[in-house]
Design a protein around this ligand. Sequence first.
Ligand code: NIG
Length: 412
Amino acid sequence: MDALELLVRNTSEVLTLEGTHRERAETALTPKPGACVGVREGRIAFVGAESELPSGAVSSSTVVLDAEGGFVGPGFVDPHTHLVFAGERSAEFDLRNQGATYLEIAKAGGGIVSTVRATRAASEDELVRLALPRVQRLLEQGVTVAEVKSGYGLDLENELKMLRAVRRLGALTPVELVPTLLCAHAIPQEYRERREDYVRLCIEEILPAVAREGLARFCDVFVEDSAFTVDEARRILTTGRALGLVPRLHADQLTARGASELAAELGAATADHLEQVTDAGMRALADANVTAVLVPTSTLFLRMRPYAPGRRLRDAGLNIALGTNVNPGSAMSENTALALGLACLENGLSAAEAYWAATRGAALSLGLQRHGRLAVGDAGDLVLFSCASFRHLPYHLGVGHARTVVKAGRVV
Ligand code: NIG
C-alpha cells in the first residue's frame, strides 16, 4: 500500500455512517470500535484495526493524529444556511422577546427586507469579509460542507453579488460551500404593489443569469403568507429546474400553505423547516422521497411552537437532515451542537438519528454521495471529538466538542 498522508489512531470508535436512513440509526452509524482511519489523496483509504494496516501504510511523511480516546466521525454537513449578509437584527430579537412575532415584524417593514437594505448597500468584498468568521465558527464545530443561500439581494445585481461572494468565500475557507439561489425569499419593498413583476424578474432574468454563470446548484422559494404563494413557487422552481437548478423549498414554517405537497409534486431535494407540516404534507414528502431539513434553532430563536415533528417525519420513512439555519433574523447561531441538542429535545430524534441528520442525511440532501460518510473512497473530511461517544454531543447542550477538523486529508 502507498503511504497514507494522514492516519488517525487511538479512537474510542469511528462512525462510518455506511447504513441507510431506512434502518435503525444506531446501526446506520456503523460504529467501528477502536478503529483507525487513513486518508490518501484527500480520500478515505483505510478504516479498520491498526493491526490490519497494510505494510508501507505509514511512512515518515504520514501525519499521525492521536484521537486520545475520543470518537471520530465524518465532517458535519450544514444543509441550510444564510450566512452571507450585512447588518444585524438584534433589535428585532429584543422586540420578539417582548411579544412581537416574526410575521408582525416582517409586515411592519422589518425582517428579511431590513437585511436586504444592508446587503444591497454592502460591496461584494464586504460580504465576503463579514461572512468569513461565520464560516470559521461553523468549521470550529466540525462543519466541512455548508449550503449557503442568496436571498438578501432580491434584484439581479444584488443576487449575483451575493452568489459571487459565496464563490469567493469558498476559495478562502476549507469549508466546501454549496450555493443556492433564493431570489424568492421575500417580495422586495419596491415590488410590494406589483408582485407579479418581481416573480417575472426572477423567472426571466435572475434565474437565467445565475444559471449562465454557474453560480448555484439549488433554487429555493420561501412559501409563506409574507413571501410567495404555492403557484408562484411552482413557476419559479420549474423554471429553475429547466435551467439545471435543483428545487428545494422553505416549507410550512409559520403556516401550512401546501409547500410540502409542492415539494413532493416537483420532486424537490428538500423541504426545509416543516414546523407546521400537515399529515397530508408529510405523506406526500414520504411518497416522493423528499428529505426533511430540520432547523430547530430558528424555532427556539423565534420563540415559536410547535417544533417540526421530527419523530413522526422519521417514522414516516423520510431521510432527515439537520442544519443551523444561521441567519440574522431567525437563527443567529453557527452552533451545530445546539442544533443537535434541540433535534433531540424538541424534534424528538434520538442522539443517533440527530447525528445521522447532521452528517450523512445532510450530505444526501445536497446530492453529495461521497460526504457525511467514511467509507473507502469517500471525502477525507473528518472530525476528532474530545468525547468518547456521539451521544455526548446533544447531551452537553450547545457545547462544541470538535477537537481537530480534517478537510480532504489536511488538518484545518
Ligand atoms: O430560514 N424563513 C425564511 N428564511 C430564513 C430567515 C431569514 C431572515 O429572517 O432573515 C429562515 O428562517
